[in-house]
Design a protein around this ligand. Sequence first.
Ligand code: GLC
Length: 584
Amino acid sequence: MDRMTLDQKLGQMIMAERASTTPDNVREFGFGAVLSGGGSAPGANLPADWVAMNDAYWMASVDDRDGRLPIPLLYAIDAIHGNANVLGATVFPHNIGLGATHDPDLIERLARMCAREVLATGLDWTFAPTLAVVGNVHWGRTYESFSSDPRLVASYADRYVRGMQGDLGRDSVIACAKHWVGDGGTTNGEDQGNTVLPESELDRVHITPYFPALEAGVLTVMASFNSWNAEKCHGHYHLLTEVLKQRMGFDGIIVSDWDGIDQLSDDYNEALRLSVNAGIDMIMVSVDWKRCLDGLRQLVDDGLVSMERIDDAVRRVLSVKARYGLFERVRPSERPWANHDSFGSAAHRALAREAVRKSLVLLKHDGSVLPVSKAARVLVAGKNADNRGHQCGGFTVAWQGVSGAEQIVGGTSIWEGIRAIAPNAVLSLDGSDANAAQHDVAIVVIGETPYAEGMGDIRRGGRVASGSGFGGPTSQLTPYGKTIELAELHPEDVAIIEAIGAKGIPVVTVMLSGRPLVVNREMEASCAFVAAWLPGSEGQGVADVLFGDYDFHGTLSFAWPKQARMSPKAAGMLFPRGFGMRMA
Ligand code: GLC
């Protein structure tokens, strides 16, 4: 630190987005980190492209010509259900499905596998685990939460961190507990909204899962967009410094969310002053990192941010890099896991497939239709029956997710999984081929299409704030829908179930969704109903269970609503947390 100039110190507090910076900028300004927002990928978006990009950034950061102090760069990404931004990655179920497994050992194994696939691309930091405890499923980020039960989230938190960070050796990546704090508790589940709670409730519900994460040594925490009692977390001295750093002893980096500090004031420098003095150590900047750097220098020159605060932030950044062994690491392309053929390997996919099996929750079974015989004449239908993109949901290749199979390289759709073990199965997406003389049973795959952050909110209307939409705010700043009643949200689903059922064919309904939805009519028209959440690339795991190779294992980690009401209390409960049937 003594050898660093002020500019070098301030550079370490910047996390710039790859599309708005270059290795030359890194060399000249000495950024602490670079990130990829959702969908921000180099070249052909293959591991080799990522490794080559990181090599260039790394070499620039350790360039010690002209007396520059070489401080190696960290590169961060949202690898939140596998390194799913990258083509060919193993994409495992989003957290809501993992919550239904109630299996902390599985969580640690998945996190370790994910760390390998992050290292294969030359990266060293992932913005995971999300420790949100979601109180209202209208929130578009419900699927990023393990559960509405803080104890279940807490039981996963340390395992996820250990899986990711391990012994901080060469098999590990830096984890990030997010979003601090109260992200899952906003009024009406509004993304980036206001969480209104007494501090005792904030502690009990939203802070609880961070203790095991800190005990496991998580090296970074991300500040949350939401407000607590109308005060933005990004500028909250009590929450960031007094609670997290002083009371809980967190000694790693608090990183801001995507331009999260900008929301504190219309005057950017004022926003910068408020956030850094509140305890933000590294600033995630989507585009204008120069304004941030100049602003920081101005604030220090004007005595509005003390050198003591700057040194504390920089010391935290450097100590995380030191604990991670970054100063001793070789360039990304020469690291043991770079371009490793375990990326998207059969072994990794088998683990993800196990997670799919364990995540499925059987909500209804009339006792006759499951398990489906492998010899049965099965009609497979529904918009999500043969769509790997829809299986994966948001934060997959693109920020808002993708549709179809083209961009989900590897893996199986649910249909492909069924076809592989039931030779007499046929696909009729709209179900129009259904014929009781030819089909013994129908498997109809319905539900939501991909979304991320506010674009997944269910609201009465209005615009939503944008998150890490690569390339600036997206045009789709509108909520996903107005109700959690599936029959209104996606009427095509109940229509196809009822049409097939009307022909006398028993229907097994499988729903892909990022949250519980009101499905009374769909369930009424089905002989069996399965919540499959967002299973990821290994759709075959669904067939494993439907055809009886494995029994159902999952149980709900969220209560299931009885009717579509904005308030969970008014919505009532059809099934409690912990509910889940077995076939046998
Ligand atoms: C997003 C999300 C955060 C993510 C970050 C970087 O807006 O809030 O979870 O890690 O930006 O993509």
